[in-house]
Design a protein around this ligand. Structure first.
Ligand code: IDP
Ligand code: MG
Length: 175
């Protein structure tokens, strides 16, 4: 049997390709780099980020001086690109593997072969435009995945879910 390495710590992690990554046509490069981890993709979509979603995603940073700039950045207001690509990757030690290949938060300090080291920059206003978000712990991953995806958008049953009957729900259909 081939050596499959030490396994048994299957994790999920939320990845966002931020608006600068999409604007700079880096989506393919970033996904190629992530494929080196051999993790599997269990959800993906393109999202127009609302102010509410941006603030909830970065709630742990709301007291930082760069918070307002950060929520503008993730909404795409700095890039004339109101899109983020959201993905869930799964596999052994997924969180650490993706953090490593993403690189340090500050793109100037990130390993040059990492995604942030290769493609990130610091703006003149001091925002770290580092092209990718990756969950930093299992509890953050769960919080973030539940924030960005519904149970139906993920191809495996990750967390407990429930059926809710709703009356008079309006949905948009093709005309
Ligand atoms: P992480 O993305 O590496 O997990 P966090 O501390 O969670 O780092 O910060 C979220 C995002 O906020 C970063 O990816 C970066 O875009 C931005 N950021 C973090 N620290 C700074 C800072 O000191 N100056 C400017 N922007 C920052
Ligand atoms: Mg973080």
């Amino acid at each position: 049997m081939p050596n499959q390495g030490k396994s048994g710590n299957i994790e999920q992690t939320l990845i966002l390709i931020k608006p600068d990554g999409l604007k700079k046509s880096l989506t393919g490069n970033i996904l190629s780099k992530l494929s080196e981890t051999k993790l599997i993709i269990i959800a993906s979509k393109v999202v127009c980020v609302s102010p509410d979603l941006a603030e909830k995603h970065y709630t742990h940073l709301k007291d930082k001086p760069f918070f307002q700039e950060l929520v503008e950045y993730i909404q795409g207001n700095h890039h004339d690109c109101k899109r983020v690509m959201a993905l869930v990757y799964q596999g052994d030690n997924a969180i650490e593997k993706v953090r490593k290949i993403s690189g340090a938060t500050n793109p100037e300090e990130a390993d040059p072969t990492s995604i942030r080291g290769a493609y990130g920059r610091i703006t003149t206003k001091g925002v770290y435009e580092n092209v990718i978000h990756a969950s930093s712990s299992p509890s953050e991953a769960e919080r973030e995945i539940k924030l960005w995806f519904t149970p139906e958008e993920i191809v495996s049953d990750l967390y407990p879910s429930k059926m809710v009957a709703r009356e008079k729900v309006e949905v948009l259909e093709w005309a």
